[in-house]
Design a protein around this ligand. Sequence first.
Ligand code: DGJ
Length: 752
Amino acid sequence: MNIFFDEVHKIFKLDTPHTSYIMTIADGKYLGHAYYGAKIEDTDVAYLTRVFEPPFVPSTNGRDKLSFLDCFPMEYPTHGIGDFREDAFSIRTEDGHEACELFYKDHEIMRGKPSIQGLPATFGLSADTLTLRIDLEDPVLSLKVSLFYSVFADNDCIARSVQIGNLSNNDIYLTKVMSASMDTEGENLSLLTLNGSWARERWMQMNPLGLGFQGVSSDRGESSHQHHPFFALCSEGTDQKHGEVTAMHFVYSGNFTAKAYMGQFNNVRMMMGINGEDFCWKLSEGEIFRSPEVIMTYSGTGLGTMTRNLHALYRRHLIRSPFLHRPRPILINNWEATYFDFNTEKILAIAKQAAPLGIEMLVLDDGWFGNRFDDNRSLGDWFVNEEKLSGGLKNLVDEINKLGMKFGIWFEPEMISPESKLYEEHPDWAIQIPGRTAGLCRCQYVLDLTREEVKEYVFKCLTDICDNANIEYIKWDMNRQLADLGSRYLKKDQMGELSHRYVLAVYEIQERLLQRYPNLLLENCSGGGARFDPGMLYYSPQIWCSDDTDAIERLKIQEGTALIYPLSTMGAHVSDCPNHAVGRNTPFETRGYVALAGTFGYELDVTRIPEEDRAMIPAQTKMYHKYHELVAEGDYYRLASYASNHLYDAYMVVSEDKKEALLTYVQVLMRPNFHSRKLRLDGLAEDKMYKIYKYDISTGEEVPYMTEKTGPSAAATPRESALSGKALMNAGLLIESPWGDFKGILLVIREA
Ligand code: DGJ
């Protein structure tokens, strides 16, 4: 890790362990981007910006300034001055002008990493992190724009953010503030994005990049089911192990834009930040606006390296929870078990069956409060429904605790139902535009969290419940998008701040909650996985991945999620069959292996599932405890993708010392007359010798996987000799086809 400024050539060079990021000051004032890629030793690479041949900068060729701006790889391009490609920053003055031109002014290289007030962000110590701040200025506007870049000693990611300071005496309206922009170029590039819908989150999509715009965004007030605040520019032929990948990932939970623009010279500009739609921030004299952070990473060895860079960064420099490295309690959630139809007896019956099977926490989902017998009412009325929970919540929690189980509870704190006591008293607390009938979604409105008294109310509701009983876990849900953006609190020239202020308020409440209950396990959720983003990970070490708990659908969802998030963050549960989202029947065993990829739990009525399924739970809970550390801390290698081959799925997690690995294989479709499939393993040490075992779910023990026969009628005996990592990764391993569809196998690979 290093950050260096070459005074002579005016070059900034940031080095991570394996990458270099280089910027240059051209013509004494324009900050340009020169290089991002594999680590290089040279600093003098300003020639890459093409300003020297012939000297092609405004000071020597002022008559063609616009031509210069049209192709110079501007590090932070602005609107209205003649760079006609997509801009990263735009403003409006009180007079209605929109131009802004930024010149290099100053810089500072510092140890450590400053936090971003009010926002989630990666962190680092002065020993392992360096930060560069480059100050740019528009002298006409008296506007200061500081670009921040942090590098980490142990990681190939770069964290970027922007801070805007108004040094003038006037109000300036920020209409677009991207957190990061980068100019590059290339041919035959593709753009990798994650897209979906409710119950189909984060499916991977690779599209060729053509001239013009391409990208994804959300203006739903959350990161969304539909698109994801991540994208990666990939060279031709990129796969898990090959290709150049430059990725951006947003540490934010609201509206976003991830845009790539390919221009006339095959120059590509990629940028990410708060979506400029629905955004207009009034910056008054002396005020500062801080953008959320973008994480960038470069890999010259395919998607696998990108994945491991991001996983490692989030585990070491983003997730703060004390639960990060701890086994999470294996929970049973009553949502798919009972929906709204439960009472104390039913919940206790589930807990009583679950406890002896090794399940460690009961989570009471939606429906325990107000008049909540269905999803048409009562959000905001966070007092216990004693008709359902006779004896009260504390009584139920105490009874659960007596069984040796922890207790967790569901909230949807950001919402208000039109049919609620809260709405009767405070109809103006909902986000609505006066005079316009606001649209409902799941029969609810969103609370205007920009108002102090609303934030206080929400916080008090949460703490009243948590103080009243031994609550050790909260599932924080959010089941609708933001629309009809109107606040009775914000002034008319601040209405464009509503969406961002809303997200800041969610962060503030979660921060306060965690400060008050440092040992609370928080799981974020949004109608499944609509707010699965790095911003949320700063507050909760796990996020509910999707409302689709079908083991086969989950393969795609979890592949896309694990592409950029550590497995320890993915909420994954075993649920009942036929599955409630798709009606599919899968073996209970397979459901367990698929849920092992995440935080592991159950989402079913354990009193009503088939006896043979129930009998498997002790071996599954044992499996989680045996392997969770490897799953949560190991390096992730994707071997095969059901999403692309439509037949089978496989991934590995490998311990840091490469002595132990886990391979999860799911055969989705059986092929007739197809006895075994050769799978090349990954991530092992070439020179170590390994033996392979299979987790036997009927006994909960590991048994040798590779066997040998000395003759056709001889009994199979375990293969004595071990195999080298080199053989397993090049020649491969034969996976015997299990009989039937939807069959899972869990293999353990141990150094012999
Ligand atoms: C959406 C969540 O994703 C589900 O798990 C469940 O909590 C429901 N909301 C409850 O309304």
